[in-house]
Design a protein around this ligand. Structure first.
Ligand code: C2E
Ligand code: CA
Ligand code: CA
Ligand code: CA
Length: 271
């Protein structure tokens, strides 16, 4: 029995070793990917309700690995955050999104996702400022999407940093609203320009009275606080009709378009 225990332990140790090795390999791959410029931005349409006028795009990060093909952010963002690599990577995203948006044929808005880690680096303000300056993009066309995890470690610093960014003339959106720790109270603590309702609520619209009630109250409160409300993950006409009926201002989701490579954006019809 003792021998069996020992060998089990050895297997366990080997497992740990393999895991640590894989992690080091993943970290190496990710660093190399940034050096080799293997990242790309895809863009997903954002439209007004009920008219469905195209008003902007959200930039979504993709990693085009020469061997593995296109890799989605869920597969690498958290590792990039743990490594601190999200800071240079996030700066690349800001520069790339501003430069590409500045070249679009129509002054659509561009929304960029920020990691909470970017708020700790002390370089965010400068990165946004320089991305705007270098691209010449009108700051009014840039929107920064943050999640409530940024507000969770709600320090004076975070608030000051959000206000400073706002002073550059960019808009601030609260992403994934309704999941995690978010509460309606957040809407009072910072004057967001936009609230994006998480797609889990949109998915159950029409089936769940709770979701209906939550979406309705976010739209009502947000509107009263002068914020614009976007519904995420809109996949069908029924959801779209309900959202329009509730008075939701904008929508995003597969119904209007999947995230698409940058070069197809310029070809989008302007209405
Ligand atoms: P997110 O910010 O909530 O972005 C929306 C995600 O929902 C995207 O996944 C998009 O492809 C997906 N989506 C859009 N419409 C629909 C729909 O109708 N149905 C369904 N089922 N899904 C839809 P994606 O591109 O895989 O991105 C996942 C997450 O990765 C993003 O969630 C965001 O949190 C993060 N992310 C993406 N790009 C960046 C970035 O540049 N920086 C940082 N820090 N995070 C990013
Ligand atoms: Ca987002
Ligand atoms: Ca979201
Ligand atoms: Ca999300």
């Amino acid at each position: 029995a003792k021998a069996a225990g020992r060998s089990r332990f050895r297997y366990f140790e080997q497992g740990m070793h393999a895991q640590a090795q894989k992690r080091r390999r993943d970290q190496f791959d990710l660093r190399r990917a940034l050096e080799n410029q293997e990242f790309e931005l895809y863009y997903q349409k954002q439209v007004t309700l009920p008219a469905r006028r195209l008003i902007g795009f959200e930039a979504l990060l993709r990693w085009r690995d020469p061997y593995r093909g296109l890799i989605l952010p869920d597969q690498f963002i958290s590792l990039a955050e743990e490594m601190g690599l999200i800071i240079p990577l996030g700066e690349w995203v800001l520069h790339q999104a501003c430069a590409q948006a500045a070249a679009w044929p129509t002054p659509w808005r561009v929304a960029v996702n920020l990691s909470p880690v970017q708020f700790g680096g002390g370089r965010l303000y400068e990165a946004v400022r320089s991305a705007l300056a270098l691209s010449g993009l009108d700051p009014a066309r840039l929107e920064l999407e943050i999640t409530e995890s940024v507000l969770l470690r709600e320090t004076e610093e975070t608030m000051a940093s959000l206000h400073r960014l706002r002073e550059l003339g960019v808009a601030i959106a609260l992403d994934d609203f309704g999941v995690g720790y978010s509460s309606l109270g957040y809407l009072q603590r910072f004057p967001f320009d936009r609230v994006k309702i998480d797609r889990s609520f949109v998915a159950s619209l029409g089936y769940s009275r709770e979701s209906n009630a939550i979406v309705r109250s976010v739209v009502t409160l947000g509107t009263a606080l002068d914020m614009s409300i976007t519904a995420e993950g809109v996949e069908n006409e029924a959801q779209c009709a309900l959202l329009a009926e509730i008075g939701c201002h904008e929508a995003q989701g597969f119904l209007f378009g999947k995230p698409e490579p940058a070069d197809t954006v310029s070809l989008a019809p302007s209405c």
